[in-house]
Design a protein around this ligand. Structure first.
Ligand code: SAM
Length: 257
């Protein structure tokens, strides 16, 4: 059964194209992009029992009451949600969160010195899904070239380690993106980025709160680990000052955006 993603947000800049989900860009492996995870569950009820649901059987439980179970993430920092092949009821299944789209409680605001940023209008509880960081899925070489050409701020690189191998997912949200592109960096962030797979083998970069967030508070994650290392070494002399204002601020953004 298919799900319906609801995303009513738009950009503050008319030159940026809104996309609710990732789209393939240059250098993206189209076969991987179009791949369909072939395992599925045949649950009749909520997909909340690791002994019954096939999607949860070999993993930790991802969510409780639709909130990310942060304690289980130390061993396993990625999630696989139930997919289009699963026979569970889409709206009763407890293993579907990111696929339904962003939190309805977000607002883009201006922050002096930082440009735009995202706030939570009504506050959030720890573990709530905020939104995806969606954009063009591109290859490494293309990312290096775009970064040199445009000095772009919006290329996110996610590295997932599994044994000796590393899976790299690169999303460029410069020109085509969802609301996730507006989230600023903090050295003491209230959100984390987790790779979440639904149908495709290529993960969605899903942003979840890792603390309770107050009404009107800025939503942030740490940009540390989301950069292009090859380029970083050439630009350390030109790093941007961090304005996160946290007590443990490291003074500079983790890379030169
Ligand atoms: C992914 S964008 C975030 C959204 C951006 N503020 C905007 O207006 O589109 C990254 C850029 O935001 C700004 N930024 C993000 N976090 C910041 C911080 N803690 N301090 C200063 N500038 C920040 C930097 O200019 C950075 O290049």
């Amino acid at each position: 059964m298919e799900y319906h993603l609801i995303d009513n947000y738009d950009h503050v800049n008319e030159f940026i194209l809104y996309t609710e989900v990732n789209i393939p860009g240059r250098g993206c492996d189209i076969n991987l992009f179009n791949s369909q995870i072939s395992s599925f569950c045949s649950c009749k009820y909520g997909c909340n029992d690791v002994n019954i649901c096939f999607c949860l059987k070999y993993r930790n439980k991802n969510y409780t009451n639709k909130k990310l179970m942060l304690t289980d993430l130390s061993n396993n920092n990625s999630c696989i949600e139930c997919n289009n092949y699963c026979q569970c009821d889409v709206y009763k299944c407890e293993n579907r969160v990111v696929q339904f789209g962003p939190n309805a409680n977000l607002k883009i605001e201006k922050f002096p010195g930082k440009g735009y940023g995202l706030i939570s209008k009504n506050g959030m509880q720890k573990g709530e899904f905020v939104c995806e960081y969606a954009g063009e899925v591109i290859g490494k070489q293309e990312a290096v070239e775009r970064r040199k050409r445009d000095n772009t701020n919006y290329i996110f690189i996610l590295n997932e380690k599994s044994g000796n191998s590393i899976t790299e997912t690169i999303i460029d949200a410069t020109c085509i993106a969802n609301i996730g592109r507006y989230i600023n960096h903090s050295c003491d962030p209230n959100c984390i980025v987790i790779p979440v797979r639904v149908n495709s083998v290529i993960p969605k970069l899903a942003i979840f709160s890792c603390k309770d967030i107050e009404i009107g508070e800025e939503i942030t994650y740490s940009y540390n680990g989301s950069n292009l290392n090859e380029i970083e070494s050439t630009i350390l002399s030109n790093r941007k000052l961090c304005l996160c204002a946290s007590k443990i601020c490291l003074k500079y953004l983790p890379y030169n955006p």
